[in-house]
Design a protein around this ligand. Structure first.
Ligand code: NAD
Length: 334
């Protein structure tokens, strides 16, 4: 009887091992341990690894990492700024990296943080526009500019080094980088190169920036990442499959990172703008006017309205918000 059960238990364990992510933890154990553990309890619950033991199955390096970087989970007191590592007080003293910062929404985000007293690094593939924006907005020690091609690892690493040299770390990363693609086409007709370019810029670019800015952000008292996705990250359009896929992917990436990094005190969110009056929209003739008729609020939005939401997501007022995709679309997604 016991033997039969053990065999069933082992079979079920093997099935579970293939499908459960927790199996990855167990897979690191000596094979002999697993059946012993299962046959002892004799119920479905036997598959659960007790919390204390689960911890001890994690690789030693990861245990050390978690312990070292864990941030206390008390809600921050919004009346008290942290002057040691850059204050989280509504922009003041925050060190903010904005990728795609020279664009329509990016420039509004940069201006919003600068107005609140933050230090901002404008990072963009268009280096001269980034430099001109930085110059127009503030003192060189408050606003800097940096050339960045978000689709290239080397370029992203250079940007990280520039920020590390300037500030020693960062509190906020805002990924505004993105392109729409010039030739809307359905799945069967989309150009392969267009597909690659859009996915690289809109999804892989923000991914590289999140990945390589991690070391900059982890020294912050309240690290925040905000990704500019799109309404098309929540709802599809038949003629823009690459853009739709990239923005759905970016929202998925945002949620995965939010879960991964929450124990370390990071907050990771996305905003999903509807049609916004920037060059990206205005580059398609007649598009803005056409789209505005379908918006419940009967207008397109402004970059400043998106920037305000980004600013709030980076502020202590939204301290309990992570893993969300916030629509800013005049009711389009309602
Ligand atoms: N404008 C809209 O209606 C709208 C709606 C929803 C979402 N969005 C999203 O908002 C973000 C900003 O859009 P926008 O309207 O300000 O567009 P924009 O074209 O004005 O700005 C995009 C910026 O990204 C930069 N950029 C492009 N490729 C880059 C790269 N590889 N590396 C670094 N920088 C790069 C561009 O130089 C530009 O400054 C985008 O992600 C876009 O998808 C825009």
């Amino acid at each position: 009887m016991q033997e039969n059960f053990s065999r069933t238990g082992v079979t079920r364990f093997n099935e579970w091992r293939q499908t459960s992510s927790r199996a990855l933890v167990l897979a690191g154990r000596r094979a002999a341990d697993a059946p012993k553990c299962l046959s002892r309890r004799g119920t479905a619950r036997a598959f659960r690894v007790p919390p204390a033991r689960r911890r001890c199955f994690a690789p030693r390096s990861r245990r050390r990492r978690r312990r070292g970087r864990h941030v206390a989970r008390e809600a921050p007191d919004p009346s008290v700024g942290d002057t040691r590592k850059g204050s989280a007080m509504s922009g003041t003293g925050q060190r903010v990296v904005v990728t795609g910062g020279a664009g329509g929404i990016g420039a509004a985000v940069v201006a919003r943080f600068v107005a609140a007293g933050a230090r901002v690094m404008v990072c963009d593939v268009d280096a001269s526009r980034a430099a001109a924006l930085a110059e127009s907005l503030g003192q060189p020690d408050q606003v800097g500019a940096c050339e960045l091609n978000a689709t290239g690892v080397e370029s992203v690493r250079n940007m990280v080094s520039t920020v590390a040299e300037a500030w020693g770390g960062a509190d906020v990363l805002v990924n505004c980088v993105g392109i729409m693609g010039e030739r809307p086409a359905p799945v069967s007709l989309i150009d392969d190169a267009d597909w690659g370019r859009i996915i690289d810029t809109n999804l892989t670019g923000p991914f590289y920036c999140m990945k390589y800015c991690y070391d900059l952000l982890k020294v912050s008292h309240s690290p925040v990442i905000v990704n500019i996705a799109s309404r098309m990250g929540l709802k599809a359009s038949p003629t823009m499959p690459a853009y739709v896929a990239s923005k759905h992917g970016l929202i998925g990436l945002t949620k995965a990172a939010a879960l991964d990094l929450a124990p370390e005190g990071f907050r990771v969110n996305a905003v999903c703008p509807g049609p916004i009056a920037t060059l990206m929209l205005e580059s398609s003739p007649g598009l803005a006017a056409k789209i505005s008729t379908s918006v419940p609020m009967e207008r397109i939005g402004t970059p400043e309205e998106v920037a305000e939401a980004v600013f709030w997501l980076a502020a202590p007022e939204s301290a309990f918000v992570t893993g969300t995709a916030l629509s800013i679309d005049g009711g389009l997604s309602a």
